[in-house]
Design a protein. Structure first.
Lengths: 378, 634
C-alpha cells in the first residue's frame, strides 16, 4: 500500500471518527451500568445458584460481548449489509423456526434455545435483523414509497417472523415486530392514507387477535384496567408492582433495600419488572433519571435518522428508534399499571444476554450509519 | 406531484422524524406523569398497601393458668407434648426420597407411614407452613427424631404445652377430679368462627368441662402478637414490632381439698361396691362459706385422656355407658330427695303457723287423703304409725304421715315457696357447667300437665320429697348448710381465689350470700334440734356412736322408684345429709356432707354407711361401725 493511499485512508478514518457519536456511547454505557446495578440489587438477597456465575458477572460478560459487537458494527460500513438483506431474512426465519422446534420451556413458552448451558433467545436478535431487512426493503422501494404495495410488501415481510414469535407464544415480541413495522413505514415516508387505513384495520382485527389468546394471556392483558379483579391470580403481579412503585416515593428506599423486591413479591423482578425495583429503591428521582437517559438515547437515534445520507441508513435508525420507544413505553407503562402486561423487556436494563447483545449490536449499526453517512454541517 | 415530506437531496422526510420525536416526547411525558402520580401524589396509599401485603400478625400464646387445690397441691399443670411436623418445602422433592423420609419418621414414632402421608397429602397451605403430622409423640421418639435430623430433611418435632391432671399425691391421675376440673380440647371448626374474634387460633385449645370451661377466660389469659414481615411465599422473615405482650392465664386455687376428695371417693366407692350400686354422689362443703371441699360423682372418667387426645374407642365407651360417667351427677341430675326434704316442709309449717313446736299431731299407718274417696290413703314407712308426735319427734323418726298433714296444711303455694326460699327449683350459681335447676311443686307444674291444680295426694307426697319434687344433690346440701349456718343461703364456691405459680393464694374470692332466709332464728333452731335428734334418738342413731369431734346432725332419705326386682323389691335412692363442727368444742358447723346412692336393692341406707365410713376416715377414727349390706327380699 502506498503512502499516499495510507494517508488518504487515515484521513478518511479520522474524519469518520470525528463523526462518531460519543454521546450515544455515553448514554449506552450509563444505561448498561444502570441496568447492571439494578440487576445486582434485584438479586441481592435471592442470589444465584452456588457454583454458577452470578447474574451480575454474566451481565458484565454479555455487556463486553455486546460492546465488542458495537465497535465492530460501528467500524463496518453498514451499506454492506444491504446486499445481504435476503440471506438475513432467511436467517431470521431459520432461527425462529429452530426455536419453535428445539426451544426450551420458559414459563410455558418455547422462547429460547439452550447451547452449552447458555440460553439464546433468537427473537431478540431477530428484532434487530428485521430492522435491517425492512430498511433494505423500504430503501429499495424509495421511488414507490407512497404506494399501497410498499405497505403490503413490508407487512408481508414482517408477518412471517411475527407469526412465528406469536406462536412460541411470545405476544410481546410479536407486538414489537408490529411496532417496528409501523414506525419504519411512518418514518420512511409511506403514504399517510394507507397507513391510516392499516391502523384502522389493525384496530379492527385486534379483538379477534385478543380472542385467539390463551386465557391466561387475556387475563393478564386486562389487569391494568382493574387490578382488583383478580388480586391473587392474574393481576397479582400488577398489584405488587404498583405497591412497589408507589411505596418508592420521591427518593426510594435505597439500593437493595426495596422490601417488595427483596421479599420476592415481584416474581420476575430482574427481567420484565426490573423497573419496579428502580422505582421502589431509587424512587421518583431515580425513575426520572432513567427516563431521561432513555429520552436522550432516542434523541440521538432520531438525530442519526434525519442526518443519514441514504434511505437505508435512515430506515435503520427509524427501526431501532421504534423498537426502543415501543419497548420502553410498554414496559414502564406495564409496571405502572397503564399498559397491559405483555412481557416486553426494558432495553439495556432487563437482565438477559440475548437482548443486551442484540441491542448493543443494533446501536453499533446505528453508529455505523452515522460514521459512514454523516455529513457534518459546517 | 411534489411530496411536501420529501427532502430536496433525496434524504428521508425530516417531518416524519420530527413527528416521531414529538410522539416520543408525549409518551415519555405520560410515563413521567404516571410516575409522579404513583410515587409522589399517591405514594402513601401504595406504601400502606405494600406493608399490609407483606406483614402478618403472628400470635404469641400465653401459658394457661395452673390449678391448685386448697392446700396448694398442683392438680392441673402444663406439660410438654411432642408434635411431629413436616415442612413440605424442605422435604426431598422426589417422591421416592420423600416417602423414605416419612417411612423413617413413622418407624421412629411408631405411627403408620400411610397416616403421615395422608396428613401431608390433605394439607392445604403454603409449602413453607409446618404441617402437623401427629401429636402426642413419646418424648423418647421425639429425641430420636431430633438426633436424626440430618437424615430427615423437612421433618421436625416441637414441644407444645398440654394439660396434665394430677391427684393429691402429685401422680398423673385424671379420675380423681375429672368432674371438677374438666379438661381442655382442641377448638372445633364449627366453633372457630365465633371464637376467632376473641383471639382463638385454628389449632387452639379451649376448656371443655368443669373449671377449665367455666373459668376459661381467667385460665387462658390474653394472647399477644408480633408483627412479622414475610416474603412472597409466606415465610416469616423478621419481627417488625411487638404489637401486644401476652398476658399469662391466672393460676387458680380450688376450694376443693384433693385429700378430702380422695377420702370421699374411696368411701363412696366402697359403698357402691358393697351394695352393688352403680352410681353415687358425695359432696363435702363448708356450710359457713359455701366452699365445696369435695365433690365426687361416680363412676368418673379420666380427663387426662381427653387432654392427651382421647381415642375414638375410649370416647365411644364413655358416651355409651348407661351410668353416664361424663356427667357430674352432683349438679347435672335431679332426683327425688325423699325424707331429707322434710326439713323444708317442717320449716315452712313452723313459719306459716301450720303447727307450733309443741303441738302434737296424730300419725297413721296410712293417711286418708282429704277430699278423696274413703280408703285412698298414703302409707307411712312405718305401717303401724307412731301415735301422737310433735314436729321434732316426727322429724327425728321421719314420720311420713305427720309431714303429709303439714304439706296439706301449707298448700301448694306455701310449700313450693319455701322450697324455693331454700334454693330448690333454681340453679345455685356454682360456677361449673351443666348445673340443673330441679323441680318444685307449684300450680304451674300441674297446669303444664293440663290440670288446674295439683292433686291433694301429690301435695302430701311433695311434703316428704316425692313426686313433684326433684333436686340436685348440691341443692339439698346447700339447703341444709343454710339451716346449719343460721339462715344464710350461700352461693356454692368451687374456686377459692388466684395464686402465684407456686400455689400461694394472692387474691381470695369472697363467699357470696344468695339470700338470708326469711325464717326466724327460733324456727331454724327447732329444725337443727330435729336434725340433731335424728342422730341421737331417731332414725340414724347408729352413726351417733361415732366419736366425731363435734355434735353431728343429719337426715336420712329414701325414695323408691322404677320397677320392682324379681324378688318384688322396688329399687330406691338413698340419701344421707349431715353437718357438724369439725373441731372439738366448736359450736358452728363447718363441715357438711351429702351422699346420694342410686337405685339400691339392699337393706339399710347405703348413703348413711358411706358417710359413716367417710367420717371414720376423715377424722382418723379407730372405730368401724359400717354395716354389711344384705339383699332386700320381702
Amino acid at each position: 500500500m502506498s503512502a499516499v493511499t495510507a494517508t488518504f485512508v487515515e484521513a478518511a478514518n479520522a474524519r469518520r471518527w470525528r463523526a462518531f457519536d460519543w454521546q450515544l456511547l455515553l448514554y449506552l454505557v450509563l444505561l448498561v451500568g444502570f441496568g447492571a446495578v439494578m440487576g445486582y440489587s434485584a438479586n441481592y438477597e435471592t442470589g444465584s445458584a452456588p457454583g454458577g456465575l452470578s447474574q451480575t458477572v454474566k451481565t458484565l460478560i454479555w455487556t463486553s460481548i455486546g460492546l465488542t459487537l458495537f465497535f465492530v458494527a460501528a467500524r463496518t460500513d453498514y451499506h454492506w449489509l444491504q446486499t445481504f438483506a435476503t440471506p438475513i431474512y432467511l436467517l431470521v426465519l431459520g432461527l425462529l423456526v429452530a426455536t419453535g422446534l428445539l426451544g426450551t420451556n420458559l414459563f410455558g413458552a418455547q422462547m429460547s434455545i439452550s447451547v452449552a448451558g447458555i440460553d439464546f433467545q433468537f427473537s431478540e436478535i431477530s428484532k434487530v435483523l428485521m430492522v435491517v431487512v425492512l430498511a433494505a426493503f423500504l430503501a429499495s422501494r424509495r421511488e414507490r414509497i407512497g404506494r399501497l404495495s410498499t405497505i403490503v410488501g413490508a407487512g408481508l415481510l414482517m408477518a412471517l417472523p411475527a407469526y412465528l414469535v406469536y406462536r412460541q407464544p411470545d405476544l410481546g415480541t410479536a407486538l414489537v415486530f408490529v411496532a417496528i413495522l409501523l414506525g419504519m413505514l411512518f418514518m420512511s415516508g409511506a403514504g399517510m392514507g394507507w397507513l391510516a387505513l392499516l391502523g384502522g384495520v389493525t384496530l379492527a382485527i385486534a379483538p379477534i387477535a385478543v380472542g385467539a389468546l390463551q386465557a391466561y394471556q387475556r387475563q393478564r392483558l386486562f389487569c391494568f384496567l382493574d387490578p382488583a379483579a383478580d388480586p391473587q391470580g392474574a393481576c397479582y403481579q400488577v398489584i405488587q408492582a404498583l405497591n412497589a412503585v408507589g411505596s418508592g416515593g420521591l427518593l426510594g428506599h435505597g439500593l437493595t433495600a426495596g422490601r417488595q423486591n427483596q421479599l420476592g413479591f415481584l416474581p420476575v423482578q430482574s427481567t420484565d419488572f426490573i423497573f419496579t425495583v428502580v422505582a421502589e429503591e431509587l424512587g421518583f428521582i431515580g425513575g426520572m433519571i432513567l427516563l431521561a437517559l432513555f429520552a436522550l438515547l432516542i434523541w440521538r437515534v432520531m438525530q442519526v435518522g434525519w442526518g443519514a445520507r441514504d434511505p437505508f441508513g435512515a430506515n435503520i435508525a427509524a427501526g431501532l428508534g421504534s423498537l426502543l420507544l415501543f419497548q420502553i413505553t410498554v414496559n414502564i407503562g406495564m409496571v405502572t399499571g397503564i399498559m397491559p402486561v405483555t412481557g416486553i423487556p426494558l432495553p439495556f436494563i432487563t437482565y438477559g444476554g440475548s437482548s443486551m447483545i442484540s441491542l448493543l449490536f443494533g446501536m453499533g449499526l446505528l453508529q455505523s450509519v452515522r460514521v459512514h453517512s454523516w455529513k457534518p454541517t459546517f | 406531484m411534489a411530496d411536501l415530506d420529501q427532502a430536496p437531496d433525496g434524504r428521508q422526510p425530516r417531518a416524519r422524524f420530527i413527528a416521531a420525536a414529538a410522539a416520543a416526547v408525549l409518551l415519555f411525558g405520560i410515563l413521567g406523569g404516571r410516575l409522579f402520580q404513583l410515587q409522589v401524589v399517591d405514594s402513601a396509599k401504595y406504601a400502606a398497601q405494600a406493608v399490609a401485603a407483606r406483614t402478618v400478625e403472628v400470635p404469641i400464646r400465653s401459658p394457661r393458668g395452673l390449678i391448685f387445690d386448697r392446700e396448694g397441691r398442683p392438680i392441673a399443670v402444663n406439660t410438654p407434648s411432642w408434635t411431629l411436623y413436616a415442612r413440605p418445602a424442605d422435604l426431598p422433592p422426589e417422591k421416592a426420597a420423600r416417602d423414605a423420609v416419612l417411612r423413617r419418621a413413622a418407624t421412629l414414632t411408631g405411627i403408620a407411614a400411610a397416616m403421615l402421608q395422608q396428613r401431608l397429602a390433605t394439607f392445604r397451605g403454603s409449602p413453607f407452613d409446618l404441617v402437623p403430622l401427629a401429636s402426642g409423640i413419646a418424648r423418647e421418639a421425639a429425641l430420636l427424631i431430633a438426633e436424626e435430623r440430618a437424615g430427615l430433611p423437612g421433618i421436625s418435632v416441637s414441644a407444645e404445652a398440654r394439660r396434665e391432671y394430677l391427684d393429691e399425691t402429685g401422680a398423673v391421675n385424671g379420675e380423681l377430679l375429672a368432674h371438677l376440673l374438666g379438661y381442655t380440647g382442641p377448638v372445633s371448626r364449627d366453633e372457630l368462627s365465633a371464637l376467632t374474634p376473641r383471639g382463638y387460633l385454628h389449632d387452639d385449645v379451649i376448656g371443655r368441662d368443669g373449671v377449665e370451661a367455666s373459668y376459661e377466660a381467667e385460665l387462658r389469659g390474653t394472647y399477644g402478637s408480633d408483627l412479622w414481615e414475610r416474603d412472597a411465599n409466606g415465610r416469616p422473615i423478621k419481627v417488625l414490632e411487638r404489637l401486644s405482650d401476652p398476658v399469662p392465664g391466672k393460676n387458680l386455687m380450688l376450694t376443693v381439698d384433693a385429700r378430702i376428695q380422695r377420702i370421699a371417693t374411696e368411701t363412696l366407692k366402697w359403698g357402691l361396691e358393697a351394695a352393688g350400686v352403680a352410681q353415687g354422689v358425695t359432696i363435702v362443703m363448708n356450710p359457713q362459706t359455701g366452699e365445696i371441699l369435695a365433690m365426687v360423682s361416680l363412676p368418673t372418667y379420666d380427663n387426662d385422656k381427653f387432654a392427651a387426645g382421647i381415642s375414638a374407642a375410649d370416647y365411644a365407651a364413655y358416651v355409651s355407658d348407661p351410668t353416664k360417667p361424663l356427667r357430674n351427677h352432683a349438679i347435672a341430675d335431679i332426683y327425688p330427695p325423699g325424707s331429707t326434704f322434710k326439713l323444708v316442709t317442717g320449716l315452712a309449717a313452723l313459719e306459716e303457723g301450720v303447727t307450733t313446736v309443741s303441738q302434737r299431731w296424730p300419725t297413721y299407718g296410712c293417711y286418708q287423703i282429704p277430699d278423696a274417696p274413703a280408703g285412698q290413703c298414703l302409707f307411712d314407712w312405718n305401717h303401724r304409725g307412731f301415735g301422737q308426735l310433735s314436729i321434732v319427734d316426727a322429724y327425728a323418726k321421719s314420720s311420713d304421715t305427720f309431714f303429709y298433714q303439714m304439706a296439706v296444711g301449707l298448700g301448694v303455694d306455701r310449700l313450693g315457696g319455701w322450697a324455693k326460699e331454700l334454693g330448690f327449683g333454681a340453679k345455685s350459681g356454682l360456677r361449673l357447667p351443666g348445673e340443673a335447676g330441679g323441680t318444685v311443686i307449684s300450680k304451674a307444674w300441674a297446669q303444664a300437665q293440663g290440670r288446674p291444680d295439683v292433686f291433694t295426694g301429690e301435695l302430701a307426697m311433695a311434703g316428704i320429697g316425692q313426686n313433684a319434687i326433684a333436686v340436685t344433690p348440691l341443692q339439698l346440701l346447700n339447703a341444709y348448710a343454710a339451716v346449719a349456718n343460721g339462715g344464710h343461703l350461700m352461693r356454692p364456691m368451687i374456686v377459692r381465689g388466684e395464686t402465684d405459680g407456686d400455689g400461694n393464694l394472692t387474691r381470695a374470692y369472697q363467699p357470696e350470700v344468695i339470700r338470708d332466709l326469711a325464717a326466724s332464728p327460733q324456727d331454724l333452731q327447732i329444725m337443727r334440734i330435729g336434725a340433731r335428734e335424728v342422730i341421737t334418738t331417731g332414725h340414724a342413731t347408729n352413726i351417733g356412736a361415732l366419736q366425731v369431734p363435734g355434735a353431728l346432725s343429719g337426715k336420712t332419705g329414701t325414695a323408691e322408684f322404677g320397677t320392682p326386682t324379681a324378688q318384688g323389691v322396688l329399687p330406691f335412692h338413698s340419701w344421707f345429709v349431715a353437718y357438724l363442727p369439725s373441731q372439738a368444742g366448736a359450736t358452728d358447723a363447718d363441715l357438711a356432707i351429702v351422699t346420694f346412692t342410686y337405685s339400691a336393692v339392699v337393706r339399710g341406707n347405703v348413703s348413711l354407711e358411706v358417710v359413716k365410713y367417710f367420717f371414720q376416715q376423715y377424722f382418723n377414727l379407730d372405730q368401724d361401725l359400717r354395716r354389711e349390706f344384705q339383699v332386700n327380699a320381702n
